[in-house]
Design a protein around this ligand. Structure first.
Ligand SMILES: Cc1cc2nc3c(=O)[nH]c(=O)nc-3n(C[C@H](O)[C@H](O)[C@H](O)COP(=O)(O)O)c2cc1C
Length: 149
C-alpha cells in the first residue's frame, strides 16, 4: 500500500473539500493518506518519504505565476526545491467565468516539473463547488490508484 501526501491551499474551503474527496477515494483503495493545509507545512514536506505528492491550489487573480496568499511561500520555495524522482499531480478549484480558469494549477505543475518532479496525471481543474464535480474528482483519484498499485 502506498503513502500519499496532499498539501492544499484553500481560501473558502473548496480546494480543501476536493482534497478530502481525493483522500477518501485513495484511502478506500487501501492507501495511507496525509492531508495538510499549506499553512501548516513547509516545502520540507516534499522531501518526506511519500510515494505520491498531490498539490491542491485554487486561483484568485490574474497575475501570471502568482498563487493565493496562503500558497505563496510554498510556491516560492518550490523554485529551489529538488523534486527529482518525486511523483506528483496537481488539482485545484477555480471559476470558468474567469479567462484564466484554474491557472494556478498550471503554475504549480510547471514549477514542480521544472524542479524535476514527474507529473503522473492530468491537471485536475474544478469549476466552483467540488461537490458538484464529485464523480470527476473521484475518477481522477481512482485513476491515481492504478499508478500506485
Ligand atoms: C475575487 C475573486 C477572484 C477570483 N479569481 C479567479 C481567477 O482568476 N481564476 C479562476 O479560475 N477563479 C477565480 N476565482 C474563483 C475561485 O478560485 C473559486 O471560487 C474557487 O472555488 C475557490 O477555491 P478555494 O475556496 O479553495 O480557494 C476568484 C474568486 C474571487 C472571489
Amino acid at each position: 500500500m502506498a503513502k500519499v501526501l496532499i498539501v492544499y491551499g484553500s481560501e473558502t474551503g473548496n480546494t480543501k473539500a476536493a482534497a478530502d474527496m481525493i483522500a477518501e477515494t485513495l484511502m478506500a483503495a487501501g492507501h495511507t493518506v496525509t492531508v495538510r493545509d499549506v499553512l501548516d507545512t513547509t516545502i520540507a514536506a516534499l522531501s518526506e518519504p511519500f510515494d505520491l505528492y498531490l498539490l491542491g491550489v485554487s486561483t484568485w487573480g490574474a497575475v501570471v505565476d502568482e498563487v493565493t496568499e496562503d500558497y505563496k511561500s510554498f510556491h516560492e520555495a518550490m523554485k529551489t526545491a529538488d523534486l527529482t524522482g518525486r511523483k506528483l499531480a496537481v488539482f485545484g478549484c477555480g471559476d470558468k467565468g474567469y479567462e484564466n480558469f484554474c491557472k494556478a494549477v498550471d503554475y504549480a505543475a510547471e514549477r514542480a516539473r521544472s524542479r524535476g518532479a514527474t507529473l503522473v496525471a492530468e491537471r485536475l481543474k474544478i469549476d466552483l463547488d467540488p461537490r458538484k464535480s464529485a464523480d470527476a474528482i473521484r475518477a481522477w483519484a481512482q485513476n491515481l490508484t492504478g499508478m500506485l498499485a
